[in-house]
Design a binder for this molecule. Structure first.
Ligand code: NAD
Length: 337
């Protein structure tokens, strides 16, 4: 049994608490830490069987009984807490992104060198049943040589302007999942990125210095062309689809729904909306990624997504920002790391 500590008890911290306590049989949560711990969060943690809660994450880092930490705190804390945890001999599961700053991701890499510790980044969508089936079909050669990859990724509601200000912007906060997905589906890195973007959802997002709508085109190293479309607000819910078109055919996925019921009446035909947001749509993927992290610790194998897989989408996010600023296609080779 692997004992874990969870650092950060906000939205994603609670997702991992729920997932581990109900769906990950080889791990148990000993401690949850968050400086803004309140009675509601303490009660939530207790209801998930968590033994101990604290406002100071050092209690997790310094606890010899704890084998691994899940870093679920705000993005700016990910790399410093990763380094502290590694120095204390803990395996680390870090939510995306590791950092917005490439130099700080390199510091995490340095800290890991020679330790034998496991490090995994939380790109959970790779473990979604739909996207995994798509990737397998491509890897098995079903579509032949991939030529066009299309990813649609639209949120049901925009974040608050306060969140936007600290998020690093849409490309490093939201699209970063799609950058990971395009690498996963193509089976290679991107070479060039071009972005058209706009503020069409909420002017406050523009005032906070960000965009909320984007079309991103990419040239992949295997020659395929890819396109990602993002919106911070789709009125019909969380729209998460992908398609790979190749020399022998095409594979695509649809959104998950609560049921497949379709109502047919004299005004038309109505199906269910997509599952509301990441909690509903991706719960099983959050469990699968942590089960694989725990397995890597138990069996002393590589984690499915290491620091390098955490770094590449950050480089793509930086290239996307540069493309917006300079109104031109940006080669990944221009981004220093
Ligand atoms: N994989 C995914 O799909 C996914 C989804 C949501 C968020 N995330 C990532 O998870 C991170 C948190 O996002 P969120 O939506 O849960 O935000 P949130 O604001 O709901 O929660 C963050 C929590 O971290 C706590 N925190 C801040 N500093 C801390 C510290 N030093 N020690 C312990 N706790 C600290 C805050 O008090 C807060 O409760 C972000 O980096 C985000 O990118 C990933």
């Amino acid at each position: 049994m692997i004992k874990v500590g969870i650092i950060g008890a906000g939205r994603i911290g609670k997702v991992h608490m729920t997932s581990i306590s109900t769906r990950v049989k080889d791990a148990v949560i000993k401690t949850v830490a968050d400086p803004f711990l309140n009675e509601e969060t303490i009660a939530f943690a207790k209801s998930m069987g968590v033994e101990h809660t604290t406002k100071d994450y050092h209690e997790i880092i310094n606890d010899p009984e704890i084998d691994a930490v899940l870093i679920c705190s705000s993005t700016d804390t990910h790399s410093p807490i990763s380094i502290e945890a590694i120095k204390a001999g803990k395996h680390v599961f870090c939510e995306k992104p590791i950092d917005h700053d490439v130099a700080r991701i390199k510091e995490v890499m340095e800290a890991l060198k020679g330790t034998g510790l496991k490090y995994q980044v939380g790109f959970n969508r790779r473990f979604d049943h739909n996207f995994e089936a798509l990737q397998k079909a491509v890897a098995d050669g079903k579509v032949g040589k991939p030529e066009i990859i299309k990813i649609t990724s639209r949120d049901p509601e925009p974040p608050s302007p306060e969140y936007v200000k600290v998020s690093g912007g849409m490309f490093l906060d939201m699209t970063i999942h799609d950058f990971d997905m395009v690498r996963y589906l193509a089976g290679c890195d991107a070479e060039e990125i071009y972005v058209q973007s706009a503020v069409l959802v909420d002017p406050a997002i523009g005032q906070a210095g960000d965009v909320d709508t984007a079309l991103i085109t990419l040239k992949m190293a295997n020659g395929a062309l890819a396109m990602i479309d993002n919106s911070r607000k789709a009125v019909y819910g969380y729209d998460q689809r992908a398609e790979v078109f190749g020399s022998k055919g095409m594979v695509q996925t649809a959104n998950d729904t609560e049921s497949t019921m379709v109502f047919s009446g004299d005004q038309g035909i109505v199906a269910e909306k997509p599952l509301y947001f990441f909690l509903e749509r991706y719960m099983e993927s959050f469990s699968r990624e942590v089960r694989l992290f725990v397995k890597a610790i138990e069996e002393d194998t590589d984690t499915p997504l290491g620091v390098m897989d955490g770094l590449k989408p950050v480089l793509m996010g930086i290239a996307a920002k540069k493309s917006v600023e300079e109104h031109r296609p940006v080669k990944l080779s221009e981004i220093k790391f």
